[in-house]
Design a protein around this ligand. Structure first.
Ligand code: GLN
Length: 492
């Protein structure tokens, strides 16, 4: 078998179940592919060769004993923001370059309990701050569709690994778009769940009221399998919600497209900077959904202009607080030869954090300082509430809301955007996190540079099943999600 990396998650699980191949063979196949190709893509920070094969052997033993679950022995890879016991977890930062967590994140533990085999840890923007994966302390990850382009971020390693067939699926996190935007740039399906659906325990914190983990894969079906593993209440995360979990796989055909009301926010399609080809592909996908029975309804999301400034106050404010724990004392990077405690703090943080992280700590600290708290932080919280109300009003009239996931396709590596230019590229994804809503990216075709374009569908709270089902049915009728990145084609 040479084409194991072409099989979907369901096909992999069925193949293992029918003993067409073992988990060891499958895992070794993926490890070989990573060893061969990832020097070009640079999606992995750590490849866990030995642990992966040991997990694969354990999975094979479970199967032989008749104790396997459906996914037992299927490999995956984790964004390097999820703590893994005994395996380095860096969050893309020099600060944590040597950090080995003494415990597993709940998402990782759930994956292990389901018998999934961890291939390694995937590159990302430092502490998940960024949209290109270039802020990583490690090498910039390349987009498998064009190696001189970024894969998006912050879950850029996750997106690139799956798009290059270096993992069948991967975990990501999304604080302001970090699952949906890299999924869009790399031609994948990626789901950002409702805030509270997936445990944040052991997920290194960026902005705690916005952070949420979710699946990234080649199709909605593959995402549904991973969502079944990841989702659920966790007593170790106080914001995790006690609410029954759907069977996302069983529900893949449950939402009727006939009569489904899709809201088209008029503000979203007039954003300066929306690329004409992106707009065209997204509109074509909406036409297709209309042919499949959906009804397109123009809606008003009047707060659109507030998304970027509101997010870029709240997220850095929370980040400045979360990142204060990295002080050079307890764990993480410590500077050499500090002369006193203040010097230890200052130099450990100045040397351990990269430029973008430092910028956000400064902005966040400023916004939270006594003299400016009301003018900035409190005001941003009020605007956040208005943004949420804008969505809730819209959902009185529509089932889901459609948007591009990003205004452009993947940028060139080293494009050297100013911070504000970079932040404006997040216009379509930020509000979903501010409101705590779920949203999904689906690939809907290529631009004239052969780069993928993504459609985003935003749902009401707890509508993950509905979003996966809509995209699944769209994918049954179209082939965009089966188009392969250049490097995957070359190494078919
Ligand atoms: N690009 C956004 C930021 O830089 C979102 C990142 C994320 O979702 N983690 O904050």
């Amino acid at each position: 078998m040479t084409d194991l990396h072409r099989l979907s998650v369901r096909e992999l699980a069925e193949g293992l179940g029918q003993a067409q191949f073992s988990s060891r063979e499958l895992t070794q196949h993926y490890l070989n592919r990573i060893d061969k190709i990832d020097a070009q893509v640079k999606s992995y920070v750590t490849v866990t060769h030995e642990q992966a094969l040991a997990q694969a052997d354990a999975a094979d033993a479970l199967r032989q004993a008749g104790n396997a679950g459906f996914l037992t022995g299927v490999p995956l890879a984790h964004k390097d923001i999820f703590c893994t016991k005994g395996i380095k977890t860096t969050a893309g930062s020099k600060m944590l370059d040597n950090f080995i967590s003494p415990y597993d994140a709940t998402v990782v533990a759930k994956g292990n309990a389901a018998g999934l085999v961890t291939l390694g840890k995937l590159n990302m923007d430092e502490f998940a701050m960024g949209s290109t994966s270039e802020s990583s302390y490690f090498d910039a990850t390349c987009n498998p569709w064009a190696l001189d382009r970024v894969p998006g971020g912050s879950s850029g390693g996750s997106a690139a690994a799956v798009a290059a067939d270096l993992a069948p699926f991967a975990t990501g996190t999304d604080t302001g778009g970090s699952i949906r935007q890299p999924a869009s740039f790399c031609g994948l399906t990626g789901l950002k769940p409702t805030y509270g659906r997936v445990s944040r325990f052991g997920m290194i914190a960026y902005a705690s009221s916005l952070d949420q983990g979710g699946p990234m894969a080649r199709s909605a079906e593959d995402c549904a399998y991973l969502m079944n593993v990841m989702a659920g209440h966790d007593a170790k995360d106080s914001t995790s919600v006690k609410k029954d979990v759907d069977d996302y796989v069983a529900n893949l055909n449950a939402t009727a497209l006939k009569g489904l009301r899709i809201g088209i926010p008029k503000q979203y399609f007039n954003v300066a900077g929306l690329d004409a080809e992106v707009k065209a592909r997204v509109e074509e996908s909406l036409k297709k959904l209309e042919e499949m029975g959906a009804i397109l309804v123009e809606i008003d999301l009047s707060m659109t202009e507030s998304y970027v400034p509101t997010y870029y106050l709240i997220a850095p404010a929370e980040a400045s607080s979360n990142l204060s724990r990295y002080d050079g004392v307890r764990y993480g990077y410590r500077c050499e030869n500090p002369v006193d405690l203040m010097d230890l703090y200052k130099r450990s943080r100045s040397e351990g954090f990269g430029a973008e992280v430092q910028r956000r700590i400064l902005i966040g600290t400023y916004a939270l300082s006594a003299g400016y708290y009301d003018a900035y932080y409190v005001k941003a919280q009020k605007v956040r509430r208005l943004i949420q109300q804008d969505f809730l009003k819209a959902f009185e009239n529509v089932d889901v809301i459609a948007a591009p996931s990003a205004p452009t396709t993947a940028y060139k590596i080293g494009a050297d955007l100013t911070p504000v230019e970079m932040y404006l590229g997040d216009i379509y994804t930020l509000a979903v996190n501010l409101a705590g809503l779920p949203a999904i990216n689906a690939p809907v075709g290529l631009d004239s540079n052969n780069l993928p374009v993504g459609l985003q569908l935003i749902g009401n709270y707890w509508s993950e099943s509905q979003l996966l089902s809509i995209v699944h049915q769209y994918q049954q009728d179209t082939t965009f999600h089966t188009q392969r990145a250049a490097i995957a084609e070359e190494n078919a």
